[in-house]
Ligand binder design. Structure first.
Ligand SMILES: *Cc1c(COP(=O)(O)O)cnc(C)c1O
Length: 353
């Protein structure tokens, strides 16, 4: 800190991303990246976009990408907002839609960026406790509030919430915005997409970083009523009109158009998740039921922090959240089979000690 800092910068509590260290032979299962490469068609489109046209600003409305996403999801381009990763989309959502006199509600155990955005954008919030099994209780949200944001499937718990209850929540709160962060929905959650037609208050946020293996490209989007999207565009155009470069727009579009590759890689990761869950259970772990590309697991004897350190000593990285309700758990990304093999071998040594 220096005297030049603003009070805002001084008082922030920034999000801490999972580390990206350079360790030889590393098994990296700490940031929910996809173990498989992006669609070859996406890579081809990104390379083709690296031409002299980069001299020009990109399309600030990302018209082609928004049209492709609209067609893919059965909505119109006016229902689609795109941004530089869903983290940026979420930051705009906080400023444009979640700041009201009454508090924003979100679970006590959820994506740890939410309180960070709330602080940055001056959003008053209250957390609502998940139950003892780390599940959402929709009834607990039946109270006066300014807005609601949920991740479904939730992170880092990996647990999906049924569409019927999300529908009830959205209907209960027709007078306030309800945001559903579907970063992991492709891995087995039920999307809230069917609710878009009848409800002007629901916004769905998605990302290309996990299921589409494009975390490095930085593309996320939101789907919702044109009225909600307009508010996001107003914030975006007051912040950075050109969040997505031309290569990012082209690569994302090509990824959306390569459905067979997308479906095949989803199947691979889901199959490996089930295999890994079985192996972890065999070592005595309790694994929460996952609908994501990661699992949340704890061992009855060994503390989460100790396990994380022992794995790191064996060049296996997992994520640990040292907060009261999550300290026992490891969040482990589903990797390729060889990575699971290394993880299970390392855990076998550690558990057997
Ligand atoms: C990974 C993640 C995001 C952010 O993804 P981007 O890479 O910024 O698109 C958003 N929400 C949740 C719950 C996530 O896990």
């Amino acid at each position: 800190m220096t005297p030049y800092w603003s009070a805002l910068a001084r008082d922030l509590h920034p999000y801490v991303p999972g580390e990206q260290p350079r360790i030889a032979d590393l098994v990296k299962l700490n940031t929910n990246e996809n173990p498989y490469p992006p669609s070859p068609k996406a890579l081809e489109a990104i390379r083709a976009a690296a031409n002299e046209a980069l001299r020009l600003y990109p399309d600030h409305e990302a018209k082609a990408l928004r049209a492709a996403l609209a067609a893919y999801h059965g909505v119109t381009p006016e229902n689609v907002f795109v941004g530089n990763g869903s983290d940026e989309v979420l930051a705009h959502v906080f400023a444009a839609l979640l700041k009201h006199e009454k508090p924003l509600l979100f679970p006590d155990v959820t994506y740890s960026f939410y309180p960070v955005y709330a602080q940055l954008t001056g959003v008053v919030y209250e957390t609502v406790a998940l139950d003892a099994d780390m599940r959402l209780r929709i009834a607990d949200y039946r109270r006066s509030c300014g807005a609601i944001i949920l991740a479904n499937p939730n992170a880092p718990t990996s647990i999906a919430h049924p569409l019927g209850e999300i529908a009830a929540l959205v209907a209960d709160h027709a007078d306030i915005p309800v945001v559903i962060d579907e970063a992991y929905v492709d891995y087995g959650g039920e999307s809230a997409l069917p609710l878009l037609a009848g409800h002007a208050n629901i916004l769905i946020v998605r990302t290309f970083s996990k299921s589409r293996a494009l975390a490095g490209l930085r593309v996320g989007y939101a789907l919702g009523d044109a009225g909600l999207i307009e508010a996001l565009v107003r914030v975006k155009d007051s912040f950075n009109s050109y969040p997505l470069g031309a290569p990012a727009q082209a690569g994302a579009l090509a990824s959306v158009e390569d459905e067979p590759y997308f479906q095949a890689r989803l199947k691979d990761v889901i199959a490996e998740r089930e295999r890994m869950t079985g192996e972890l259970a065999g070592l005595g772990f309790e694994v929460l039921p996952s609908a994501a590309n990661f699992v949340f697991a704890r061992h009855p004897r060994l503390a989460g922090g100790d396990l994380t350190a022992a794995l790191r000593a064996r060049a296996v990285l997992v994520r640990h959240f040292a907060k009261p309700r999550t300290a026992d758990y490891l969040r482990i990304t589903v990797g390729a089979p060889a990575q699971t093999g290394r993880l299970i071998q390392a855990l076998g040594e550690i558990v057997g000690l």
